[in-house]
Design a protein around this ligand. Sequence first.
Ligand code: AHR
Length: 498
Amino acid sequence: MNQSYIALHTSFQIGHVDPRILGGFLEHLGRAVYDGIYNPGSAHAGEDGFRTDVMEALGRLQMTGMRYPGGNFVSGYHWLDGVGPRDQRPTVCDLAWQSIEPNRVGTDEFIALCRTMGWIPMLTVNLGTGTPEEARNWVEYCNARVGTKYADLRANNGNVQPYDVPLWFLGNEMDGPWQLGHVPADQYAIRAQQAAKMMKDTDDSIELVACGSCNVDLPTYLEWDRQVLEYIGDYADYISLHRYVGNEQGDTPDFLAVTHAIDRQIEEVDAVCRYVQSKTRSKKRAYLCFDEWNVWYRARTRDDLDGKGQFAPPLLEEVYNLEDALVVAGFLNSFIRHADVLKIANLAQIVNVIAPLMTRGDDLLVQSIFYPFEMYSRRRAGVSLRPVVQGPSFESRANGLAQLIDASAILNQSQLNVFLTNRSPDEPAIVQISVEDCPIVSLDSAELVTGPDAQAANSFEHPDVIRSQPFTEVKISQGKATVELPPLSIAAMTFALG
Ligand code: AHR
């Protein structure tokens, strides 16, 4: 049996955990919008056409914000196509996913959905085929009081009150050669700066996210971020990061050690932000926005990416297993451990497309990755504490030396939330948790996710193979907690401190 020790101290604080790190992402892609969350023909459809079963399940995740409408889709999207009477909206060709887009869901429907779900709306403007002025007009449509052209258009569409969208993304993955309108960093920076100025001139309360490097393997990685940040200057409140990981080699220990690579990516991009701030002698620091992250590697064949001219074709329909759930927990641990610099993160995506939820007709399946997100989201309030972990480690193939136990912790006044994963494929782990300056007095709640093996997954036929369950293997004695984690497991625990 492995034995590890986690030492915490209430003064060793990393930073306030921004609740926006538990956000989601909804793109017009495959069956995400149409069929996934919006389907007037479903037995579960509410009056507005949104699926109540999907919304109820998403409600359990308590996502804070929702990024919309893309993704690659947005680089060919013209927001005016998606407002006004539905029967007058054009059906267009979406080049990014080679699909048919009927614009039945657009800005007004998305905002209404956000209001119902309690999500902060986060909109991405089209800086691929769109213009800075089109982006600025969208800000007026959403955020201005009536009295000018686009605000009046919103009112004519039935919404007099401004939507007050607080966060806007300056395009999507503009460093990627696959992106519609992709340009080199210096040209993107000019476009983004022009859009940013006009958008902030329209509403100076908004915050902006500049496109950072979307892939650590691109040759422009980090250099892109430097050029963009230096040119855009203080208009960039945040720089974006994207990361999709996978177990392409069938090497579970290495896959589970990928948290190291995520830590490194965050620290490298933050280093660029610090460098640019120093070089430009700015008082303002750009923070990090991890606006796309997940496991995604199976549903990535040519067929998975090409809608072949269809409406709502099944694209990127990844089936998730237990090891994927551990990696999702690893992403969240990394985000919490970097709470001082990482302020926003959006799980890509929410339904059908690389998602915790899948629909089949009127049925709904909860996938393995749903559970860690739910367990962390419930316990997100507070300040991140620096965990010192001592215990056995293993050498992974591509991600270096990794400890068997991956951990993060959040202090919320007299409550302590501890998140642990046991990466051992075959051995349980005993973990002793101590807070050096404060006794742990009792356990308020604890949940565990585990399963028969790393590849075990839920299916419509067997929906409960992987799910969270109450975690009982927790003992408290002499102010310390001792837990016994099964192999390949995730635990989330809330303790009361004395
Ligand atoms: O989330 C799926 C796609 O992945 C997004 O459209 C794009 O931004 C990324 O490459």
